[in-house]
Design a protein around this ligand. Sequence first.
Ligand code: S3P
Length: 172
Amino acid sequence: DLKARLHRPIVLVGMMGVGKSTIGRKLAAVLKLPFADADDAIVEAAKMPITDIFDQFGEDHFRDGERRVIARLLESGPSVIATGGGAFVQPETAELIRARGIPIWLDSDADTLVERVGRNSKRPLLRGGNVREIVTRMKAEREPFYAKASIKVMSDAGPHNATVNRILEALE
Ligand code: S3P
């Protein structure tokens, strides 16, 4: 079966708001695998919220910590890992994920992303701007990076279970 054939972590990549954490948690439950959220692990390691890391130390410092945390999570054997939207855009981090994991790009249209991120102030890159504009521009800029994932799955508006099933089919 699928689980027995998985020797590496499944790593969900893609834009903010696409549902990486929610879908990752459900996928892990179905496969009976451990789940890890890289953003949560960063917050735990830094002992401060992501906005504070950005404000006090800058994005480069955050990306550094993000890479180290993801490198550690990738060592835990078969599992499901949800990453922050910028992780797979960082060349070194993406390299690690491709070498030691199975990257899956979750994609959806900009409208769905905008609706899902809402007015979430926990996302430093969405503060102080028009969310629709930022998300649309960022999605266009990042697509070439996300496209380097081995598998692409659409995460449309609607129940996340459908997306989980699509991932399972893609992995079969
Ligand atoms: C970021 C996405 C966030 C978080 C940080 C930066 C990004 O994660 O890592 O705010 O650069 O897209 P989510 O994708 O879970 O929102």
